[in-house]
Design a protein around this ligand. Structure first.
Ligand code: NI
Length: 184
């Protein structure tokens, strides 16, 4: 078990396009995923992309806690979840995202690489994502709402994009503590 150091906004590893993973079954990938799971569990976030732990490979992990937990955590930011049952921890290798329709929704996001901050980002409401799991099996899944948002946020990391770069209204960008205070 290892808790990995998180790269913060400004580090070059967060700005480059990550490389595809040739062999999802390799021991190096298994170790990386185990350490990323430990790291995310230790920090208590919902998702983590390999570049955030200084590894420029196309791999993300994420989960969506049951609706109540998400609503509780983000209640003051107006974030609502429509994925009641939540999504278990998922390892997604070489992911691709396809938007279903043009509908977007705006909501607050935060990122472990941009600590203590949050801001409003528009994301597709409905997507299909594809990739591979740790056994090399194909994954194909449709996602809506918070689930879709998390996947889009994490996959952006693989293309060197952090959520502030997606923001169109920088007046919504600020410290968690201040925004939660003013919304509460
Ligand atoms: Ni992030």
């Amino acid at each position: 078990m290892a808790i990995l150091k998180i790269a913060r906004m400004g580090h070059p590893v967060l700005r480059r396009k990550a490389d595809p993973i040739a062999d999802p079954l390799s021991p190096e990938i298994a170790k990386l995923v185990a350490d990323m799971l430990d790291t995310l569990d230790d920090i208590g976030g919902v998702g983590l992309a390999a570049p955030q732990v200084h590894v420029p490979l196309r791999l993300v992990i994420f989960h969506v806690p049951p609706a109540r937990a998400v609503a509780e955590r983000y209640k003051d930011a107006g974030l609502e979840d429509d994925d009641d049952a939540g999504v278990p921890m998922t390892v997604l290798i070489n992911p691709e995202i396809e938007a279903v329709g043009d509908e977007v929704e705006r909501s607050y996001e935060s990122c472990l690489s941009v600590p203590d901050m949050m801001g409003e980002v528009a994301r597709y409401s409905h997507i299909i994502y594809r990739g591979q799991d740790l056994n090399g099996n194909a994954i194909e899944c449709t996602a809506t709402g918070f689930h879709a948002r998390v996947v889009q946020h994490e996959c952006d990391h693989l293309d060197g994009i952090l959520y502030p770069q997606r923001m169109t209204d920088l007046s919504t960008f600020g410290y968690n503590e201040e925004i939660r205070k003013s919304c509460g």
